[in-house]
Ligand binder design. Sequence first.
Ligand code: PMV
Length: 313
Amino acid sequence: NNQAIGRATGKIILMGEHAVVYGEPSLAIPFPKATIQTTVTPSTGPITVDCIYHKGLLTDVPERLSNLLTVVEISLKALKKELKDFSLKIDSSIPAERGMGSSAAVAVATVRALFNYFEQELTHDQLLELVNVSEVIAHGNPSGLDAAMTSGEQPLYYIKGKPFVPFKMSVDAYLVVADTGIKGQTREAVGSIAALMKEHPEETMNDIHQLGELADKAKTAIEENSPIDLGSYMHQAHLLLDKLGVSNEQLNQLVDAALANGALGAKLTGGGRGGCMIALADSETTAQQISDALRETGTSNTWIYQLGDDSFE
Ligand code: PMV
């Protein structure tokens, strides 16, 4: 066998995080500015891994890479191959634990690389199945959104329990993504909304429902190429998410700095209480201005992304 590679993108939740847990719609996009590449190289003996978290035997990977071990095992089983005689190298520009789907993306890139290496055809359904099985084993109960996004080429509209619906990113705008440098606290944030739901069911459900409506309106704004409306819905969503207690000081500071520097709207993305913020800009120049301002506030990293551009970095 010759060396083979597989790739995957990160993902960004544009609208609907948290509300999606309660059956409301959400919008997510692939994020090709942050990617993972797995390289499979022939060698002899047990499988080794080379990545920032681990250099050594695949069977000795730390807990955070347990899905890598799982996905290699189940892929080789599907390929009817043995667990030996190659090495894996993983290069990633997707920050871990920031809600960008790095865990699913590692699995997607690795399944693709292994099927390429053994020169076997891989259908999209088979890829999703292998990635989802490994995510379930490693992480419990994923919604499948990360697997669908990191393996896909298109934005998706998603309501829990229903099929993913692709939609076209037809808005002329730029997204500035900023990393707070703090781990996203998805589990805690989901739990705190669940607690609010018990304490104040009516008001909380009303907020959640509004978030769902904003996701639907955002989809229309995208389809009608109305960046100003989209920005406004994003900002309204952030205010609701903050009210629900899933933002934090750093995220709010980034949102304020983005708005003060020309953003059409800005919000947290994903689980919240850390992770990333996204801001919408009407031009590349404004996006750059926002990005510069965010970097001055001490954000650990920023990316500028033209919505709808699917070329890999
Ligand atoms: O930050 P992420 O990528 O884990 O996104 C979490 C999205 C939530 O809606 C908050 C939770 C969920 O399971 O959908």
